[in-house]
Design a protein around this ligand. Structure first.
Ligand code: ZN
Length: 91
């Protein structure tokens, strides 16, 4: 008795398309100063911490200073390309 039991295993591939929302990295441009001491309110130099307006991440004054420094330092670099044409007179 030729009895072939072909079991076609239904290949059920779960194609789970997960929606990945990639948020662009926050540039931390707007940093809002926060003060612990009421007497220091208004004085940016005496701010105890800075909160990013975009992502609400808290930075220390040093970090905020570095961020603002790097943000203002983004100047287009002018690279001078020196094309050296060497003519070798070969006799
Ligand atoms: Zn941010």
């Amino acid at each position: 008795m030729g009895f072939f039991d072909k079991l076609f295993g239904g290949s059920k591939e779960k194609q789970s398309t997960t929606m990945v929302v990639e948020a662009p990295p926050c540039p931390h441009v707007v940093l809002v100063p926060r003060w612990d001491a009421a007497s220091d309110i208004g004085i940016t130099e005496k701010a105890s911490r800075f909160v990013c307006e975009g992502c609400e991440q808290v930075f220390t004054p040093e970090e905020a200073r570095a961020l603002q420094a790097s943000a203002s330092d983004r100047l287009p670099e002018q690279v001078e390309e020196k094309s050296l044409e060497e003519r070798l007179a070969d006799e």
